[in-house]
Design a protein around this ligand. Structure first.
Ligand code: CTP
Length: 226
């Protein structure tokens, strides 16, 4: 009998929050880490659904599904829809934390005055998944993009969002994090395990992370279904 494949649900890239028909708020995420993770999971013979914000990358071949989204709200809807059938969810996307309260249907005109944009929080997709967890819910993995107190802040997110793993990375350095082709990371589990990955190509780092997650998955399954 053939073994069913492990199903990864991976998010990648930034989100865009519209201000008017020609402007938006976004961030510097390139999507490279999330795309590299998707590629690594396909290479490891897993089924992969990739939910991606706007990026300038070629999707890896062999995806089960590529869902392209723009805003945090769209990403939340797609992730929620795909989550129940996933085994491992990795939120590598840099989801916008705020969006404009109102979106102008016409291009905003300048009038020489200050322009005040009122922003409201977006849904925290990962925290919502963590809050809704039941016995056999998928393994939840987050990224922590930090510029200071990296491990401490990442651990806070791991606990607050009820995750199994968090991958902490320093986004203040030019050779790691946003846009770079390389990254260094520390993976921490809720049980206290710590894996340190030195600076390396994002594709290599993605393989290391995917290998670690697959290794943990069978143990995780037997723990959560007890
Ligand atoms: N995340 C999410 N939904 C959001 C914001 C973040 O699912 N609205 C996820 C990211 O995909 C990532 C993790 O939460 O896996 C941590 O994201 P990060 O930007 O590091 O932290 P925030 O929770 O946004 O907190 P802060 O910006 O205050 O550091």
């Amino acid at each position: 009998m053939s073994k069913t494949k492990i199903k990864f649900l991976i998010s990648a890239g930034p989100t865009r929050e519209r201000i008017d028909p020609v402007r938006f708020i976004s961030n510097r995420s390139s999507g490279k880490m999330g795309y590299a993770l998707a590629e690594a999971a396909i290479a490891a013979d897993c089924e992969v659904v990739l939910v991606a914000g706007p990026v300038a990358l070629q999707p890896p071949t062999g995806l089960e599904n590529l869902v392209e989204v723009e805003s945090a709200a769209e990403m939340a809807r797609e992730i929620r829809g795909e989550a129940p059938s996933a085994d491992i969810i990795v939120m590598a996307a840099a989801v916008a934390d705020y969006r404009p309260v109102s979106v102008s249907s016409e291009k905003l005109k300048k009038n020489g005055e200050d322009l005040i944009l009122r922003l409201e929080p977006t849904e925290d997709i990962l925290a919502a998944l963590g809050a809704d967890r039941e016995g056999d819910s998928p393994m939840l993995v987050g990224f922590a993009a930090e510029t200071d107190n990296i491990l401490e802040n990442a651990k806070g997110k791991l606990l607050r969002k009820n995750l199994d793993w968090i991958i902490a990375n320093d986004v203040s350095k030019p050779d790691s994090g946003f846009q770079s082709d390389s990254n260094a990371a520390v993976m921490m589990s809720k049980t206290g395990a710590k894996l340190r990955f030195p600076l390396m190509d994002k594709k290599k780092l993605a393989c290391e992370i995917v290998d670690a997650l697959i290794r943990q998955y069978s143990g995780f399954k037997s723990e959560t279904t007890l």
